[in-house]
Design a binder for this molecule. Structure first.
Ligand code: NAD
Length: 477
């Protein structure tokens, strides 16, 4: 036997062991789910409260781990990861009883007397796979939907944010029974094996290319999925926009978490009459936000890994308007604007996912709309304009996961709004009630009275019966 053959056998054995271990874990969760213990609302409320306690107890450790992984400033850790998750737990606690109640819907005349209701039924064992950029929010946001809907959970945090992954595992192990919630750490080999196990629901957040792998694995077991993906989110600025506020809101949305946000403005399309003015304001505001040396600012983060640092650094070329400085040892990339960019530039070929903002210009709105529509459907689209006509034209003539007018990112933080992509940017949505619905099967239940029993529906069929059925289809449905 050759060394290569031996290595292959060793690798296969390791894979089999992983798979068997994962299968056991999932089987235990399935048995637990089958006892029906997760279904009563009181159980779910207790778990949500426990999760809130866990978050409060672990807040300092989570803040530290987010700093270790991403140099995330405390304010961002609270606003975009920990505090927002606690606020969402409270929101779910406040609404769970109403959400989970069966909802009565209309019953057509033909079915009367009778009643039609929609029941919300948990799927069973859910798998949540999350990325590294918001390693708390993107893991627990979906988890809240799964818990509120009464599922059990296997959570797979990202290996690229190892400090946060470790804290999350410790926290969940301390507060929850593994038959109900368990955290499985690991990277590609582990997730590949995990995906061979049958789950009842898979919720994935990550890159579109990996989303396709998840979708294929889920298809083998006919497992329903939500895919929260990414893409290039455009930001269109009209000449009717308030440029000072626009500049600040673009900077906030683009450079929070050092541009490593799925809904960060990926590129700007600015009306040529206001482009120079807007760029000057952005430059001025950037200094106010992060000083003239952002590397020294406690409020500016770092790139997650050397690989991503290399990838983003290569995109910095052309007409650099401001920024452009990099420091590999510190994984630092300055907030950077590139002016006079065209669609064929390297920076316009892939999601940037870093602090580099290309600027394109347009004269007629149609040009900007055609440009956006010639590319994959984005996760978010931002419109800065006070002209209602302009706003409407963009909304009606483009397709994107969501839209935010005169603001960036905030639309995804509202628990009342579904957050998700369309086309290449994703399938399905979550947040608040939408997360609860995502992790629930909406089961229609019709109850019919036995008082009347329409004889026309039964065989033997006759012309007269058919006439009645035709009448019922036209008039009574
Ligand atoms: P990624 O797709 O590389 O990784 C996401 C998860 O998938 C990780 O847990 C990783 O371990 C796992 N994974 C990676 N490769 C895999 C493979 N071959 N087989 C099985 N599992 C695999 O994404 P990322 O780099 O962590 O995050 C960046 C991407 O995520 C960006 O495209 C961004 O836009 C997107 N994102 C989307 C949202 C959203 O809500 N729509 C939020 C955050 C990030």
């Amino acid at each position: 036997m050759t060394i290569n053959e031996l290595m292959d056998i060793k690798e296969k054995t390791k894979e089999n062991q992983l798979f068997e271990n994962y299968e056991k874990i999932v089987q235990k969760q399935r048995n637990y789910f089958k006892t029906g213990i997760t279904k009563p609302i009181e159980f779910r409320i207790k778990q949500l409260k426990k999760l809130k306690q866990a978050f409060i107890a672990y807040q300092p450790e989570l803040e530290k781990s987010l700093y270790a992984d991403l140099k995330k400033p405390k304010q961002e850790a609270i606003a975009t990861e920990i505090g927002i998750t606690i606020a969402e737990i409270d929101h779910n606690l406040k609404n769970i009883r109403y959400w989970a109640k069966a909802k009565e819907v209309k019953t057509p005349l033909f079915f009367l007397p009778g009643k039609s209701e929609l029941y919300y039924e948990p799927f069973g064992v859910s798998l949540i796979i999350s990325p590294w950029n918001y390693p708390v929010k993107n893991l627990f946001g979906p988890a809240l939907g799964a818990i509120t809907a009464g599922n059990t959970l296997v959570m797979k945090p990202s290996e690229i944010a190892p400090a946060t992954s470790a804290v999350v595992k410790k926290m969940i192990e301390e507060y929850f029974d593994p038959e109900y919630i368990t955290v499985l750490e690991g990277g590609v080999p582990e997730t590949t094996e995990l995906l061979k196990v049958k789950f009842d629901y898979i919720f994935f957040t990550g890159a579109p290319s990996i989303g396709k792998i998840i979708y294929m694995a889920a298809a083998k077991q006919l497992t329903p999925v939500t895919l929260e993906l990414g893409g290039k989110s455009p930001t269109i600025v009209d000449k009717s926009a308030d440029l000072t506020v626009t500049a600040k809101r673009i900077i906030w949305g683009k450079f929070v978490n050092t541009g490593q946000t799925c809904v960060a403005p990926d590129y700007l399309m600015v009306h040529k009459d206001v482009k120079e003015k807007l760029l000057a304001k952005i430059k001025e505001q950037l200094i106010k936000f992060y000083s003239d040396n952002p590397q020294q600012s406690p409020d500016y983060g770092r790139i997650i890994s050397d690989r991503h640092f290399e990838r983003i650094s290569k995109l910095i070329q052309g007409d650099i308007y401001c920024g452009g400085q990099t420091d590999a040892a510190d994984k630092y990339i300055a907030p950077t604007l590139i002016n006079n960019v065209t669609g064929d530039a390297p920076v316009m070929q892939e999601e940037i996912f870093g602090p580099v903002l290309p600027v394109l210009e347009f004269t007629e709105l149609d040009e900007a709309i055609d440009f956006i529509n010639s590319r994959e459907k984005p996760l978010a689209l931002y419109i800065f304009a006070n002209s209602k006509k302009f706003q409407k034209a963009v909304i009606q003539n483009t397709s994107s996961g969501g839209v935010c007018i005169n603001e960036t990112i905030m639309h995804m933080a509202s628990p009342e709004m579904p957050f998700g992509g369309v086309g290449n940017s994703g399938i399905g949505a979550y947040n608040g009630i939408h997360g609860f619905e995502t992790f629930s099967h909406r089961k229609p239940v019709m109850t019919r009275s036995t008082m009347f029993d329409v004889p026309q529906k039964y065989a033997p069929y006759t012309e007269g019966k058919l006439k009645f059925i035709n009448f019922a289809l036209k008039r009574l449905l």
